[in-house]
Design a protein around this ligand. Structure first.
Ligand SMILES: *[C@@H]1O[C@H](CO)[C@@H](O)[C@H](O)[C@H]1NC(C)=O
Ligand SMILES: *[C@@H]1O[C@H](CO)[C@@H](O)[C@H](O)[C@H]1NC(C)=O
Length: 592
């Protein structure tokens, strides 16, 4: 049949194309040369070593794997039903109104002309309003559905290929703080079951509060399998609201679905204890997950803001001495630190409610200058005054933030020899490195990485941060890189091509089976000399004509040979033949 050969040629084209595209999509971190930076090595080495690890090659070098590998994802912002305009349009309200008006179902009395006018009106609204709107509703729903799996693809593939030790999502897990509870639950379900499938909400008892006698210090590398499944969720403005609209209700549901918003984790790196002494204490890592939504004022809930301040205070007072070596602090929070316009895509911006929510913060791009200073000088113990403890150089660490979807990499520093007013400044990290500011004497500073969003519009990014310990300098070091999948269109394209291939393959298979069947039946009946060919398969007349023309498919001959008894000269036992042919029909239909 012509159609069959067309499909066959299509398959010859489609199958390799699908395989190629799918291989690319499902192994994209491999093709994009992504890997956690290896301690003291270049990106190539890190990638090759990851490949060796996956292939279980003996050349794999475990020393090139950093003990702490953080997969950092920004702003997934799951949208849902509430972000669809007119979801009721999908129920065709004007169509039901049409029935009502046309048959006066709701008991109204209209004269025939009015009745006609109303009904026609309803019909026009049905065609020109309901149908376009409902198409849009379905388009949006499909969009959300695909988006969940697109984001899930990023998480699953990156998690598999890079093998992180920890995972964080830096806030704005869902797309709006204004959604109702059931919608929040629904998006939470999608978050855990589609996007971060296999991921775990952190257990409340694991997420510790800071204290003098901290007892929850863990060993880095122990329970590795459990830790890599736990997702350190940060609260963002779309999860709980800005200071103005953050309420206990919003906070409670966030904590219930995504885990605590404020806590700390401490790890120790196991090292050979014989080399430890006073100058070389055991290496420690402190991870602070911090809700900075109500750090700035005014906040509508003073009590909640006090809680935030209290937590920050506890973090600061329970910090290790600034001069303690081998200590590293990672601060995970949502809103980025203050910086002048032009350094990142988002410049400083504040907006406040006017007359509502105690005139609280309605929106902000950055933390205020003071709040940022609080982090740098409080949590990290840095100072413009070289006379303070540790000469103002503070603690080693890094701040990871979200919020600015475009991402940014900055260096905050303070020039101790810049009289009279020493102020915190910021530059792009690569500019700071080029100018040598990060190594300048008398200029303490800290790097802040704003992780580019994982949404399709921002190239499906994932951040890879490696932290390792340098025994020479007895201090921690880290490296960061981005790995993007590409827009969601890539994901859609590959899956649509796959679906088309599958569909064509299926159609081809069915046609082939039908063809086989239709050749079976007439052949048998021809031998028998009866005219009951059409009995069973409509296409049989077609097939018999071809047989008659002598176009016998070699495959069919093969088939007939292996099912040879069918060709046995007819003995006139019609009833038996009929049964047989039925059975063979059945077999053929089953794809035999
Ligand atoms: C620890 O270091 C000492 C001295 O360098 C060495 O003899 C010992 O084998 C090391 N222990 C381990 C477990 O590596
Ligand atoms: C710090 O201040 C000193 C003295 O004013 C100046 O020479 C130096 O260039 C400044 N460094 C930076 C990074 O601004």
């Amino acid at each position: 049949m012509f159609l069959v050969s067309v499909l066959r040629y299509l398959l010859v084209l489609l199958v390799p194309l699908s395989l190629l595209l799918s291989t690319y999509l499902y192994l994209y971190p491999v093709f994009h040369l992504c890997a956690f930076p290896a301690p003291e090595h270049d990106a190539n080495t890190a990638w090759t070593n990851t490949l060796r690890q996956h292939l279980s090659l003996s050349t794999f070098d475990a020393k090139k794997v950093a003990p702490f590998r953080l997969l950092a994802l920004g702003d997934p912002q799951l949208e849902g039903e509430s972000s669809i305009p007119d979801p009721e349009a999908a129920t065709f309200p004007h169509l039901s109104k049409f029935w009502k008006d046309a048959f006066l179902l709701d008991g109204t009395e209209h004269n025939p002309l009015q009745r006609l006018r109303h009904s026609l009106h309803d019909l026009v609204d049905f065609y020109l309003d309901d149908i376009p709107k409902s198409l849009e509703v379905y388009r949006k729903r499909i969009d959300h559905f695909g988006n969940d799996y697109y984001l899930g693809h990023i998480y699953r593939t990156m998690h598999w290929w890079t093998d992180p030790s920890h995972v964080t999502v830096l806030g704005d897990l869902v797309g709006s703080q204004w959604i109702e509870d059931d919608e929040f639950e629904a998006r939470g379900w999608r978050y855990w079951n589609r996007v971060f499938r296999g991921g775990e909400r952190i257990f409340d008892e694991v997420a510790s509060t800071p204290s003098e006698n901290f007892e929850d210090t863990r060993i880095l590398g122990e329970n590795a399998e459990a830790w890599k499944q736990i997702i350190l969720n940060v609260a963002g403005n779309h999860d709980v609201g800005y200071a103005g609209d953050l309420s206990p209700v919003r906070m409670d549901r966030f904590i219930r679905v995504f885990g605590k918003a404020n806590y700390e984790l401490r790890f120790q790196l196991p090292v050979n204890s014989t080399i430890l002494d006073e100058e070389k204490p055991v290496p420690e890592l402190r991870i602070i997950v911090f809700n900075d939504m109500n750090l700035d004022t005014p906040a509508s809930s003073k009590a909640m803001q006090d809680e935030t301040y209290e937590f920050l205070n506890d973090i600061i007072t329970t910090s290790k001495d600034v001069s303690r070596p081998a200590h590293f602090t990672i601060l995970l929070t949502h809103i980025p630190m203050h910086k002048e316009a032009g350094i990142c895509v988002d410049g400083p911006f504040f907006d406040f409610y006017d007359g509502y929510f105690d005139n609280g913060v309605k929106e902000q791009n950055h933390l205020s200058r003071d709040a940022s200073k609080g982090f740098l000088e409080g949590v990290f113990g840095m100072n413009g005054n070289p006379g303070v403890a540790g000469n103002g150089f503070g603690r080693n660490g890094v701040i990871l933030t979200g919020h600015d979807h475009e991402g940014c990499d900055t260096y905050h520093y303070i020039n101790q020899s810049d009289p009279p007013e020493r102020e915190w400044q910021a530059k792009r990290w690569k500019d700071a490195v080029a100018l040598g500011i990060n190594e300048e004497a008398g200029v303490p500073g800290l790097r802040e990485i704003t992780v580019q969003s994982m949404m399709g519009g921002f190239a499906g990014n994932a951040g890879l941060m490696s932290l390792w310990f340098d025994e020479e300098t007895w201090d921690w070091k880290f490296e960061f890189m981005n790995c993007g999948l590409g827009t969601q269109h890539v994901w859609w394209l590959v899956h649509i091509v796959d679906l088309i291939t599958l569909g064509v393959g299926l159609a081809y298979g069915i046609l082939l089976a039908v063809e086989k069947m239709s050749r079976e039946v007439p052949r048998r009946h021809m031998g028998n000399g009866t005219a009951k060919t059409s009995n069973g398969a409509g296409k049989s007349s077609n097939g018999s004509a071809k047989l008659g023309n002598g176009h016998v498919d070699p495959g069919l001959v093969e088939y007939l040979k292996t099912n040879g008894n069918l060709d046995a000269p007819g003995a006139g036992r019609k009833s038996l033949r009929k049964k047989k042919s039925r059975r063979n029909l059945h077999d053929a239909a089953a794809g035999n």
